[in-house]
Design a protein around this ligand. Structure first.
Ligand SMILES: *Cc1c(COP(=O)(O)O)cnc(C)c1O
Length: 450
């Protein structure tokens, strides 16, 4: 069967995520037959460089030999078992490993089976902690503008991307939203000062409202779904200090930025802070299976530890909690990090990507349309505007990013701009040759479409 046949069958029965399905009257849906390394391949033999790691999850390529082998072995042992009253080797070993490699003090792991569910766990856990401690007034959460924490109702509520949230507003709990410290159009040497200044409203909010606040939730260093906006690590240091002072939890959503995306294994490392709760998902399993690890402290854990009848227990569950296959994929993925010098090698890859992005910014035909090139580790973003003298933005309804996506598909690349921001968030195995190809296609796409 060809691409078109699969597409027709698909559209008869399927409804895809984050998609206006009517688009597929006009634009193809790409059926994937297989993947190898950085490439996805369709049913007609066309290949696509997966420059966005299949929605930011893949780290070491598709059909990775080491992860495949670990999964095949595990399949013959136990595919899944209830995780209440029962446990298993992959679940235990992964938790031990996570405690070892995450910031000091995160000593307990609660598994959820995807990022959004993990966010629900974190919010419930924080609120319930204060209840258990007898602090009944704490019922609110603080978030940053332009943040994203997933799509289930509470996760959506503590996010701030209008496109995803607006339609559901009447259903959502109301966070206290503080302006993001993002450093868009701030010179790199001024990022620190800008970020420090942007901490003032956060500090004021905590000072004025701490008696009502359970936790502050944020994405450390990069607001990924919020157009890959970035800020300086000093914000995390200041937040740790303020949360300690005002008795508020610090929830670090490292679902997207964890496992090397920002240049360090975890983003919080760049500020040497330990949050009260840290969430890991996406790259956690190397892009193989859904899993989320909600990491927390002994102090949090102990607040729930009591006789059953106290009702202090955390009675949250998901059917697939701690799935052994997902845990084994995660263990294999962490093993690759630890044995193949990934973080160090990524530095050279990131600097090559930045060099290409800076060159693209200088291209005489397009430089007037580039407002900013920014990078944090293995995340590189190019923000397009109508005119970079005035920074007038393109109307989002013109869907220029979407046109770039379509152009890139025809030229063997999977890019998926966020509005008018083109970004690269590739698997860590990307080669210079593949980066060159991506930039050729991006440059032509921008020239063609803007
Ligand atoms: C993707 C993402 C989530 C949600 O994870 P899902 O597994 O898609 O539910 C939450 N927070 C951040 C920062 C994310 O990027």
């Amino acid at each position: 069967m060809k691409n078109q046949d699969w597409m027709n069958r698909d559209l008869e029965v399927l409804w895809h995520p984050c998609t206006q399905m009517k688009d597929h009257e006009q634009y193809p849906l790409i059926p994937i037959k297989r993947g190898k390394g950085i490439y996805l391949e369709d049913f007609e033999g066309n290949t696509y460089i997966d420059a966005i790691s299949s929605w930011w999850v893949n780290a070491f390529g598709h059909a990775n030999e080491k992860i495949n082998k670990a999964l095949k072995n595990q399949l013959d042992q136990i595919e899944h078992a209830i995780f209440a009253g029962f446990t298993h080797q992959p679940g235990i070993e992964l938790a031990e490993k996570l405690v070892e490699i995450t910031p000091k003090g995160l000593d307990k792991v609660f598994y959820a089976d995807n990022g959004s569910s993990g966010i629900e766990v974190a919010l419930k856990m924080s609120f319930h902690f204060w209840q258990n401690e007898g602090v009944k007034s704490k019922t609110k959460f603080v978030n940053l503008s332009n943040s994203y924490h997933g799509e289930t109702l509470a996760a959506l509520a503590v996010g701030d991307v209008a496109l995803y949230k607006e339609s559901y507003e009447p259903l959502l709990l109301k966070p206290i939203t503080v302006p993001t410290p993002d450093c868009y159009l701030v010179e790199p040497e001024n990022w620190k000062a800008h970020t420090e200044k942007m901490f003032e409203p956060m500090l004021q909010t905590l000072k004025d409202n701490h008696e009502e606040i359970c936790a502050v939730i944020l994405e450390p260093l990069v607001q990924c779904a919020g157009s890959m906006r970035m800020y300086h690590p000093v914000y995390l240091e200041l937040l740790r200090e303020a949360c300690d002072k005002y008795n508020v939890h610090f929830i670090a959503d490292e679902i997207a930025v964890g496992f090397g995306r920002t240049g360090t294994l975890f983003a919080c490392e760049q500020a040497s802070v330990t949050p009260d709760i840290m969430l890991l998902s996406k790259v956690l399993t190397g892009g193989y299976l859904p899993l989320c690890a909600v990491m927390t402290t002994e102090k949090m854990y102990n607040a729930f530890y009591d006789d059953y009848a106290s009702l202090k227990g955390f009675l949250h569950s998901h059917s697939y909690t701690g799935n052994p296959l997902a845990c084994v994929a995660a263990l294999a993925c962490i093993d690759i990090f630890q044995t193949e010098n990934i973080i160090e090698n990524n530095k050279a890859t990131a600097s090559y990507i930045l060099q290409k992005a800076e060159a693209l910014k200088q291209d005489s035909q397009i430089k007037g349309h580039i407002a900013e090139v920014r990078q944090m580790g293995m995340i590189t973003a190019i923000e397009l505007v109508k005119d970079n003298q005035t920074n007038e933005e393109y109307d989002w309804k013109e869907r220029r990013g979407f046109a770039i996506y379509q152009y890139a598909l025809k030229h063997g690349c999977l890019l998926r701009p966020l509005g008018n921001v083109i970004y690269l968030m590739p698997p860590y195995i990307i080669t210079h040759g593949q980066i060159d190809h991506l930039f050729d296609v991006m440059t032509k796409a921008i020239k063609e479409i803007l």
